[in-house]
Design a protein around this ligand. Structure first.
Ligand code: ZN
Length: 572
């Protein structure tokens, strides 16, 4: 009897499982938002200082992110500080009109530049700057090793160089308040923590909690007496940026969803994100946060399911869509992140770059692939005809891909370039995800020669550079070495820094840098330089030729040889 029951159960389970196997991948087509919906989304960022509840204000629309003011008995706390000194000054003026009490502390919800770039506006001497333990290291990496590529990609994604008429909003803010004249004025944290920090500042009880999500160094700021939760970038009114197209290390959706669960458990009566407008009411907040975490878990879990069934990243991206009840949520519109991009990131975050298709193990390089595809099509003229047909059919993505092959084979080919610009503009016109839209428009303009996108935007303040460890500048040098010029050389340079004093030996050994403390006996060159001069020279605030001529003192070897040594590195 028992075995019959087992057999029946097993059989029915098999049938059920087989049915699941056959079932289509989770998908229910939901239309992308309309261009009008994106335009309406701009209302989210209209410039305003909103009083959330007693003692809590949030400034919206002064740049990409919000800045939050907490008023206590005898002082103020500022949470997040905008992207530049100039943007922060505008917010500071608004906050000063609300309260003249002294600022006691600045809190960073995380290390992204749009939350820390204007800190010096608020954080004078004696003001505590509080953040997660890892914020300093993340700040440094963005400011040195990855600075050029992240800057260029950010300016594409935020459409910072686009003419006014082509911008709508950037999904989580109206615009990025940054140009070549902007001052980047971050202050390094003076107090950090790992998991939890409870504080009383100006009579305000603050509970800070590590809450990894959009970044690993994200924190929550919870005001238990007032039921106010400041959630940084773990929630905003757009589908979460589980992957950002400007490039990022892996954002683990499971940890992000767990942080949302921690937020739900607090049962906040007010929710103040660092982008988009605040929410109030325990029930609506609970409902929105539940949808938000469900959307993240859905995308994560179903991506893994499809990975386990052997689908390739692009197949998963194409299939995966939110269930209709989540896709319809005004808080989950793909105005910033997208489920499709998230799926590819989740694939890479768990399995790395290899899709599993052996043709992608060691593929032809892009130029060779383009040559063969053009030949396969019957030559460039044949490709031109296909591009024209794609444009006429409004098959913009195909026109974009085809024109890419043609331009790899013939970079000066005007017809392909013009078609590519037309395709990029058409894709941008139809796109309602601002990062993609702005990237298409920016690419169209750079291809047309209207403008170029700089490798650096805004100038770091001298004070910000002074706060950065020397190690950061050496990290930047290492990844900017012209390795190919040094493959048969070993060059050792002694660097003596003054004010504060430090001594290093920088070795370039056949394509690789090594930094050691102290001055080695066999250095070919030895130079003495004030620490700040060295930092400002590497950060582009001083001309290297001028600085070396005037402020670098040679103790061994010639200045000309030292200039030659510095020319082994790409300008940072
Ligand atoms: Zn942000």
């Amino acid at each position: 009897m028992k075995s019959m029951l087992t057999a029946t159960l097993t059989a029915s389970l098999c049938v059920m499982l087989a049915a699941c196997e056959r079932g289509a991948a989770p998908a229910a087509a939901v239309d992308a938002p309309s261009p009008e919906a994106l335009t309406e989304h701009s209302a989210e960022f209209r410039r305003e200082v909103i009083k959330v509840t007693d003692g809590v204000w949030v400034a919206i629309g002064y740049g990409i992110a919000n800045s939050i003011l907490l008023e206590g008995d005898d002082g103020l706390v500022i949470v997040d500080t905008m992207e530049s000194r100039q943007a922060a000054a505008q917010v500071h003026a608004e906050f000063a009109a609300i309260s003249r009490k002294p600022i006691k502390a600045v809190i960073y919800t995380h290390s992204h530049p749009d939350h820390i770039g204007g800190a010096a506006e608020f954080a004078g001497p004696g003001v505590a700057v509080i953040a997660h333990d890892d914020v300093g290291a993340h700040m440094d990496q963005l400011a040195s090793e990855l600075q050029p590529v992240i800057t260029q990609r950010s300016l594409h994604m935020y459409g910072t160089k686009l003419p006014q008429g082509e911008r709508v909003n950037i999904g989580i803010g109206g615009f990025l308040n940054l140009d070549a004249e902007s001052t980047l004025d971050t202050v390094r944290p003076t107090q950090t923590f790992g998991e939890q920090l409870d504080l009383r500042i100006a009579g305000i009880d603050l509970q800070l909690r590590h809450a990894p999500g959009e970044t690993d160094d994200q924190i929550l700021v919870w005001l238990p007496q007032r039921g106010v939760l400041l959630c940084g970038d773990n929630f905003y009114k757009a589908f979460p940026n589980l992957y950002t197209i400007r490039g990022t290390r892996y954002r683990d959706p499971k940890r992000w969803a767990a942080s949302l669960d921690a937020m739900r458990a607090l049962q906040p009566r007010y929710l103040v994100p660092s982008h988009s407008r605040p929410l109030s009411g325990a029930d609506p907040i609970a409902s929105v946060l539940t949808d938000y975490r469900d959307a993240i878990r859905y995308v994560h879990d179903q991506t893994l399911r499809l990975m386990n069934r052997g689908l390739l990243p692009d197949e998963i991206a194409q299939q995966l869509q939110l269930p209709p009840h989540l896709a319809a949520s005004p808080y989950l519109q793909p105005f910033y992140g997208k489920p499709s991009w998230s799926a590819k990131s989740i694939f890479a975050g768990n399995l790395g770059w290899y899709s599993g298709d052996p043709a992608e193990l060691q593929p032809l390089p892009p130029d060779a692939q383009a040559q063969r595809i053009v030949a396969l099509a019957g030559g460039l003229e044949a490709v031109d005809r296909q591009i024209t047909a794609a444009i006429e059919a409004k098959d913009w993505q195909w026109a974009l891909q085809l024109s890419g092959y043609a331009l790899r084979v013939a970079p000066q080919h005007a017809a392909a370039r013009d078609a590519r610009i037309a395709a990029l503009r058409a894709l941008a016109d139809a796109e309602t995800n601002p990062p993609a839209r702005d990237w298409y428009y920016t690419s169209a303009h750079t291809l047309a020669g209207d403008f170029s996108v700089p490798r650096r935007e805004g100038k770091p303040s001298a004070a910000m550079l002074a706060g950065m460890p020397l190690r950061v500048f050496f990290d930047g040098m290492a990844v900017n070495l012209h390795a190919e010029d040094t493959l048969d050389q070993v060059i050792r340079v002694g660097l003596i820094f003054t004010d504060p004093d430090a001594r290093y030996t920088y070795t370039v050994r056949r394509g690789v840098s090594e930094l050691q403390a102290g001055i080695a006996d066999d250095v070919a060159l030895q130079v003495r330089v004030p620490t700040q001069v060295f930092k400002e020279t590497l950060a582009g605030l001083r001309s290297p030729a001028m600085a070396i001529a005037r402020d670098f003192d040679m103790e061994r070897g010639s200045k000309l040889d030292f200039v030659r040594f510095m020319q082994l590195f790409e300008p940072q």
